[in-house]
Design a protein around this ligand. Structure first.
Ligand SMILES: [Zn+2]
Length: 407
């Protein structure tokens, strides 16, 4: 075929097709192979167009969600996830359909994706959309959330990410029998190597966009006070639940910083004999100390300010104001020794106002135009100064790619 050799030099599909059209116009006889080629190229073009269109035709995203019966906990978290751009784009392009390891219908993922489609529809005229179908799909997937009572947003987020992950896991469905097998001989591996081995084993079974974005690795070091033996375990986390230090109201207006919470989270903790795990060397429970560090930093870190304390008879809520940086939160100090700065920028906040039993959830999310407040069906612009309050409950931070720690 004349000209095809030259045409392949062209990079873009459009140019290729344009040239083909020109050629077809000039030639009276179009042979079959060329028309087949033409059709295929048109097909490719259409696919490319459709994918590009999804990226180009995003609406503002400044669309609310109806409250369909005490669902503000769900609405606020969905808005935070809807502003997690890589997750949003992954859903909108329906990339999960090509990656899933299971052949089962991803019911919840589809319902979630539909909500995102409605929220980001460039032709949409609605100021708020109905999350009812998604809400039903979620309750079907997690019966624990059935009923109409107020639920905890953090708990909802955990269940949602877990269920979405299981539906779109790239690894084929498996039985949970291999989890503890083939743990490497500890003596032969350094901490960093052991962590990497554990992480690799995790990814062999659990691998999805949810894991790509939210999963990190936590290291727990236990030190036995009797025999001085150190043991290390690694756990995968999708969020960190941070304790809020108790403050005297008279001191500094009852306010603490996120750094205080992180310090408390990662400080060495004394464990009584009865609360201690077995010491590997002593073979029994001993008084020990435990320390948590972040071994592997996720792309998106979800920090839960644990405002609710459950005692035997009741749940109480801390209304301490926690200040937090909007940019350049450095989590490096909570990583392995000698980790440089690991910087994160805030892009969404889930707030809880009111009391344990009579509460309301809202979200602050950052888009190209600034911060918006999502209060169920209402969306209003918000100043940065509004973000810091004693209602901040779950913080969503995105890793600053320029500070990503080396592997
Ligand atoms: Zn011991």
């Amino acid at each position: 075929m004349p000209g095809v050799g030259d045409l392949t030099m062209e990079n873009s599909c459009q140019a290729l097709c344009r040239s083909l059209i020109t050629h077809s116009g000039l030639q009276e006889e179009v042979d079959i192979s060329k028309s087949v080629l033409y059709t295929s190229l048109m097909g490719l073009l259409l696919v490319a167009d459709r994918e590009r269109e999804i990226h180009l035709s995003l609406g503002s995203g400044q669309v609310g969600l109806w409250n369909v019966g005490n669902t503000c906990f769900l609405n606020s978290i969905v808005q935070c996830l809807s502003h997690t751009c890589s997750l949003r784009d992954y859903c909108l392009t329906k990339a999960f359909l090509h990656e899933m390891g299971s052949t089962e219908e991803p019911q919840l993922m589809k319902a979630f994706t539909q909500v995102l489609c409605d929220l980001w529809d460039s032709n949409g005229t609605n100021t708020a959309v109905n999350p009812g179908a998604f809400c039903s799909a979620f309750k079907e997937s997690v019966p624990y959330f059935s009923g109409y009572s107020q639920q905890d947003a953090q708990e909802f987020l955990r269940f949602l990410l877990d269920r979405l992950h299981s539906e779109i896991n790239r690894c084929p469905p498996h039985r949970n029998t291999l989890r503890t097998s083939l743990v490497p001989a500890r003596a032969t591996l350094r901490i960093g190597e052991e962590a990497a081995v554990m992480w690799k084993k995790y990814l062999e079974r659990e691998n999805s966009k949810i894991v790509d974005l939210f999963a990190g690795q936590l290291r727990s070091s236990l030190h036995c006070s009797v025999c001085s033996h150190y043991s290390t375990t690694f756990d995968v986390f999708y969020d960190l639940s941070l304790p809020i230090p108790k403050v005297l109201r008279s001191v500094a207006g009852g306010s603490v910083s996120l750094k205080d919470c992180l310090e408390l989270f990662s400080q060495e903790e004394q464990l009584e004999k009865e609360n201690s795990p077995l010491c590997e060397r002593c073979g029994k429970r001993t008084e020990s100390t435990k320390k948590l560090t972040i071994q592997k930093f996720p792309k998106v870190i979800v920090l839960h300010l644990n405002r609710f304390t459950t005692s035997r008879y009741s749940i109480s809520k801390s209304t301490v104001s926690v200040s937090f940086p909007l940019t350049q939160l450095d989590l490096g100090p909570y990583g392995p020794v000698d980790t440089g700065p690991v910087l994160y920028n805030l892009y969404a906040v889930c707030n809880h106002s009111g009391t344990v039993n009579m509460g309301h959830y809202t979200a602050y999310c950052l888009d190209e135009t600034g911060w918006q407040c999502y209060n169920d069906s209402r969306v209003t612009p918000t100043g940065e100064s509004q973000l810091q309050s004693n209602q901040a409950y779950v913080l969503f931070y995105k890793l600053d790619v320029s500070s990503e720690p080396g592997k």
